[in-house]
Design a protein around this ligand. Structure first.
Ligand SMILES: Cc1cc2nc3c(=O)[nH]c(=O)nc-3n(C[C@H](O)[C@H](O)[C@H](O)COP(=O)(O)OP(=O)(O)OC[C@H]3O[C@@H](n4cnc5c(N)ncnc54)[C@H](O)[C@@H]3O)c2cc1C
Length: 220
């Protein structure tokens, strides 16, 4: 794909060397995350709504109740901004000013459209589910006609997008390196806890391997 994802709106301004518009980098971050924040304006009021998502090729898919304000308004074709953030560490500097975070983040701008084709809708729902718990979809009952009717799926093309990545330790002022204060990085990882069985389980079923071994390794 030769087209550029950079536009005037997705050009990074502050510390632009931390930014990239490479599709592969953007996809890798999107595939490691599963929660995005969806920003949009309705009647002059900005909303930033957290939700799950999935990616298929060059589209991000989100879903929700057909009655949701977010989904009802986005399908009208209003401008939307979808942001995904992965926190990799807290960067502790010798001065308050130079504290920072290590992160990988993506911003996608554009307009979303309603997925009307039933086959694409089901594929998208599967992609969202698989992005959150890979392996789950094949185990569970698929949505029925009524559930599908109550659910809207929207897709946003990844055409105007940017990624930003910070890595490494603190960058202090030269004169501060002699200060007697601990400095470094506290790494952060998203790791699951111990699975808790539903007390309403009425059949014997082992904890699936995809739950026991759950991790957020990107698929791409
Ligand atoms: C976990 C985390 C903590 C952060 N903490 C701070 C903080 O405390 N203070 C602070 O000023 N900044 C912080 N940032 C960076 C912040 O996200 C912006 O990059 C920063 O405010 C610079 O904005 P700007 O004015 O240069 O660009 P803007 O004019 O705001 O953005 C221009 C374009 O650059 C792209 N862009 C900007 N930021 C990002 C990003 N993070 N990821 C992907 N694309 C981006 C978008 O396409 C955007 O449309 C943090 C980022 C993360 C992920």
């Amino acid at each position: 794909m030769a087209e550029s994802l950079v536009t005037e709106r997705t050009k990074l301004k502050r510390i632009p060397d931390r930014g990239t518009h490479e599709r592969e980098t953007i996809y890798k971050i999107l595939d490691e995350g599963f929660i995005c924040h969806v920003g949009f304006v309705v009647d002059g009021q900005p909303f930033v709504i957290p939700t799950g998502y999935g990616r298929i090729d060059d589209h991000v898919y989100i879903h929700g109740s057909a009655a949701s304000r977010m989904l009802r308004n986005l399908q009208k074709g209003i401008d939307v901004c979808v942001t995904v953030t992965l926190l990799d560490g807290l960067v502790l500097a010798r001065s308050a000013f130079h504290h920072s975070m290590n992160y990988r983040s993506v911003v996608v701008l554009g307009k979303a459209t309603l997925v009307e084709d039933p086959e694409e809708k089901l594929t998208a729902l599967r992609a969202i589910s698989e992005n959150i718990v890979r392996g789950r979809w094949d185990d569970v009952r698929e949505p029925n006609a009524q559930e599908l009717k109550a659910t809207s799926v929207l897709k946003l093309p990844i055409q105007e997008a940017s990624a930003k990545i910070r890595t490494g330790g603190p960058k202090d002022e030269e004169e501060d390196y002699s200060l007697s204060v601990w400095a470094g990085v506290l790494p952060f990882r998203l790791t699951p806890g111990v699975p808790e069985v539903d007390p309403k389980m009425s059949v014997e079923a082992a904890v699936p391997a995809y739950i026991k071994n759950y991790s957020r390794t990107p698929r791409s």
